[in-house]
Design a protein around this ligand. Sequence first.
Ligand SMILES: C[S@@+](CC[C@H](N)C(=O)[O-])C[C@H]1O[C@@H](n2cnc3c(N)ncnc32)[C@H](O)[C@@H]1O
Length: 219
Amino acid sequence: MLNEKLHFYIEELIPGRNPMFSEMENYAQVHKVPIMEIAGIEALLQLLRIQNSKKILEVGTAIGYSALRMANALPKAQIVTIERDEERIQAAKEFIKRSEHGQQIILVEGDALEVEEAVSKFAPYDTIFIDAAKGQYKKFFEIYSKYLSDDGMIITDNVLFKGLVAESEIESKRIRNLVKKIDDFNHWLMDHPDYDSVILPVGDGVAISKRRGESYEKA
Ligand SMILES: C[S@@+](CC[C@H](N)C(=O)[O-])C[C@H]1O[C@@H](n2cnc3c(N)ncnc32)[C@H](O)[C@@H]1O
């Protein structure tokens, strides 16, 4: 999205991570686990710091990298994170157990489309971070936005999908269908009457949505 030179320039300015985060980045690369891009996660963490988020819901834990980065950046925050893939759940549990911030994380095992009840128990959330199956972003948003606090924000990753959303010709039918779903989500989100949203061309494209008006209150 940014030109390559600028992209590398920015990445090089980002300070190195602690040894466990470097190990997780390495693990993700070796095992082909998609974790958030470095510039994208730095932007996310900065937004969370500015908002001073105390409770965060993440849809899509993978191996716990972004959850632990959030816990590390906000030591007073609690992070509820959902993952359905058994192998990744096991890896996430191991990393969470080893981390001094592991206590801040509640891992909900299962499909995000089916674990609403468990997740609702910890609501309201100051931030909801959507980073799971791209074709289901609208569903995740609709299910979990009701548990957002009044001043809450929803952050959605991968909304520019490597720039493909702006491409008119995509050979692979599977990718073309996925791009169409993301593009539909982006239009739906930007036209949503209850949210002000902006898309930042950072990492793989990050949408930040802020609720307008009243919202969920815990009974
Ligand atoms: C991009 S990865 C998450 C990366 C992680 N947030 C990070 O940056 O470290 C997306 C994860 O979401 C999980 N996932 C996809 N759809 C899901 C669903 N419906 N319910 C739960 N997990 C889901 C996948 O198994 C995958 O591990």
